[in-house]
Ligand binder design. Structure first.
Ligand SMILES: [Ca+2]
Length: 483
């Protein structure tokens, strides 16, 4: 009898242990991580301490990088705002969506080539990654700059963040920069954002709103918090105390030739860093840091020379300074502290990556141009199976219209006006100082052919000759745009 009870007891214990084991496994399998996606505007590759900045101070972001994974070859899909943002959300290259310029773009009526009729909105027939997360049970919230709406009032109502997968929208509309009366200072006059008090700074108020939101959302449901900073887009404005701090600091930095010593912009960067720190602190306070992935990146290069850590060009240019971006991921339990990756990754990769992070099925018909980078993040691989990444910009900006391909260490840029080619070996010349096309014509032709094939495959829109071409007027306009 005693023996029997003992046996039954043992069986019961075994059963309980095995059930609780199963339960734990099942929980960990289905437990979806929260995702905080921090998207900075007009951020230079050299703007953060962890990417080499000496003048700007970014202790919170540097700490985040030291706890997560830092990428050195991460790219935006465009050298300007809207196309890059749409590519992030759709997993499709701007060349494929035909959203190839910032909304509403520059007008160059007398340029040599005419710009194709391009798309000034995300189409509703596309499922964005926030929509996919929402369908997968996520609470999805949007804060800050949207810039994916047409300027046309008739079309306004259908293209807010809430029309493309977000449960709430704080601050997003057609604006590419703060256009309220106070710009970065109150009043902001943005959708659903508290205007606060005179003197309040936009980044702080958006952060307040994000933190309040974190306090109110259900702890039962996973969330995506998509914080799209207006900062560091112009007009460059800073909280006064930070501007004063960096004015003093600038005196000691007179000889720092490779860095943009602008106290206002450095103040803006610090206020961004403070915001990141406050979000992280809130996650800690709520006890959800261990199940929250933090991603930090940007939409295109800094709007000034010397914000790029030495890379050539900046926002609006065809070279690395226009598109290479800081990119940091902290995924608790997955990314190793202080990990680094030199693998080429690009904005279209976020869609499949985030679905995989969220344990949701991929949507290969949507994110046609992205690859999940989870294998890089969890350390199971050091490289992705990808042939090349591409850019297509049939527009005039500081650059002339161009297309580009990066394959391995080589990058080829094709300028559409005259077919001029530039070839760089980024492994030995990351700052694109030596155009090596003449010595590598065969390689150049191969890459050009691959670029052209890609354009045909994605249905890229090309440029026509402009019947109103006027070389003198075109040149005047170019000079005005600091090209
Ligand atoms: Ca931008």
């Amino acid at each position: 009898m005693f023996k029997f009870i003992n046996k039954s007891y043992l069986l019961l214990v075994l059963l309980l242990v095995s059930c609780s084991g199963l339960k734990t496994k099942s929980d960990s399998d289905t437990k979806k991580p929260n995702i905080v996606f921090l998207l900075v505007d007009d951020l230079g590759w050299g703007d953060f301490g962890c990417y080499g900045a000496k003048f700007n101070e970014t202790p919170n972001i540097d700490k985040l990088a030291s706890q997560g994974m830092l990428f050195s070859n991460a790219y935006a899909c465009s050298t300007v705002c809207s196309p890059s943002r749409a590519a992030l959300l759709t997993g499709r290259y701007p060349a494929r969506t035909h959203l190839t310029d910032w909304i509403s773009g520059h007008d160059f009526p007398n340029a040599k080539l005419s710009v194709p009729k391009w798309n000034m909105r995300i189409e509703h027939n596309r499922t964005t990654f926030p929509e996919a997360l929402k369908a997968g049970g996520y609470n999805t919230s949007f804060f800050g700059k949207w810039h994916l709406m047409p300027e046309n009032q008739d079309d306004f109502e259908q293209h807010y963040p809430t029309d493309h997968g977000f449960d709430i929208n704080i601050g997003g509309n057609q604006w590419g920069m703060p256009k309220g009366k106070g710009k970065y200072f109150s009043p902001f006059e943005m959708p659903n954002l508290d205007d606060g008090n005179p003197g309040d700074f936009l980044t702080d108020k958006l952060t307040d709103a994000a933190i309040t939101h974190l306090d109110t959302i259900s702890k039962e449901k996973p969330f995506l918090l998509y914080f799209s900073y207006y900062t560091l887009h112009g007009p460059i404005m800073s909280p006064k105390d930070l501007e004063e701090k960096y004015k003093k600091k600038a005196f000691g930095f007179e000889n720092l030739k490779n860095e943009y010593l602008n106290p206002k912009r450095a103040g803006m960067v610090e206020s961004l860093d403070t915001s990141v720190g406050r979000i992280i602190e809130k996650l800690d306070e709520l006890g959800i840091s261990d199940n929250t992935i933090i991603i930090l990146t940007a939409d295109n290069g800094g709007n000034f020379d010397k914000t790029t850590g030495g890379l050539k060009g900046y926002k609006g240019f065809s070279h690395e300074g226009g598109v290479r971006e800081p990119f940091i991921v902290k995924w608790p339990g997955i990314t190793k502290a202080g990990a680094k990756s030199d693998e080429v990754v690009i904005g279209t990769d976020f869609y499949p990556t985030i679905l995989e992070m969220a344990n949701l099925p991929l949507k290969p018909d949507e994110h046609l141009d992205g690859l999940s980078i989870v294998s890089l993040l969890n350390g199971t691989s050091e490289s992705l199976e990808r042939d090349a990444v591409y850019w297509h910009y049939p527009h005039y900006h500081r650059t002339k219209p161009y297309g580009a391909i990066r394959k391995g260490d080589f990058k080829l840029i094709e300028f559409f006006e005259d077919g001029a080619l530039e070839l760089y070996d980024l492994s030995i010349d990351p700052n694109e100082t030596q155009n090596i096309i003449k010595a590598n014509l065969v390689l150049g032709e191969e890459l050009l052919s691959e670029l052209k094939n890609w354009r045909a495959n994605v249905g890229a829109q090309m440029m026509d000759k402009n019947s109103n071409y006027d070389p003198i007027k075109a040149e005047e306009k170019r000079r005005k745009k600091r090209m």
